[in-house]
Design a binder for this molecule. Structure first.
Ligand SMILES: [Cu+2]
Length: 210
């Protein structure tokens, strides 16, 4: 796992870097046993990459989201400009529609994997998680910053392969950053608060089954 940062601000942001790193490692650890157990019976997804602007209020560009499909999951590299997010922890989720055009980003819908069934949000929820759930990120007090997250629950594809939720299905999806930290247990969104940033993940045509 790597985290890229603006070197000039590296020292000031070390605390945030360490915390983001721990959060990312926690997810990898959480999912690794499960991924190993299912790897043999899950179809591998073809390599794919998707890059999108992360947008704030009124469409202001805050940074870049780069998603890369690996054999068992998607690596999500986020880079934010200085001042893009308020300092502190922020929940991050995949929401069910490629819609970032409205104030508050409500049109992006519920989390990927909500599927109209309440009570399943949260990486630490005994009856969860939803497939759109991700670890938190932490914005430093100043300077540009980045984080890498990883999820085996989703796929960068137009249709579900190996049981993974398809981020690029007919209505696409959106990566949404929230105002507050996701506690990974509370319903329906882990007390993560308002939606403050959004990146479109557009639909792609369905390819033939392998
Ligand atoms: Cu969310």
């Amino acid at each position: 796992m790597t985290i890229r940062m603006n070197d000039a601000r590296f020292g000031a942001s070390m605390a945030g870097l360490a915390a983001i790193c721990v959060a990312g490692l926690a997810l990898v650890s959480l999912q690794s046993a499960d991924a190993r157990a299912r790897h043999s019976r899950k179809a591998a997804l073809p390599a794919a990459e998707y890059v999108a602007d992360i947008l704030g209020e009124a469409g202001a560009r805050l940074g870049t989201a780069r998603l890369r499909q690996g054999p068992v999951g998607v690596l999500i590299a986020l880079e934010f400009q200085a001042g893009a997010l308020p300092p502190g922890w922020h929940g991050v989720h995949f929401h069910e529609k490629a819609e970032c055009g409205d104030a508050g980003f409500k049109l992006s819908g519920a989390h990927v994997g909500h599927d109209g069934k309440p009570g399943r949000h949260g990486l630490l929820n005994p009856t969860g998680p939803e497939t759109g759930d991700l670890p938190n990120i932490e914005a430093p007090a100043s300077g540009a910053f980045g984080a890498e997250l990883f999820s085996t629950f989703i796929g960068l594809s137009a249709r579900s392969i190996g049981g993974r939720a398809a981020l690029q299905d007919a209505d696409g999806s959106a990566l949404v950053v929230h105002a507050a930290r996701d506690d990974h247990v509370s319903q329906p969104i882990g007390n993560a608060g308002a939606r403050i940033a959004c990146a479109l993940i557009r639909a792609v045509p369905v390819s033939p089954a392998p």
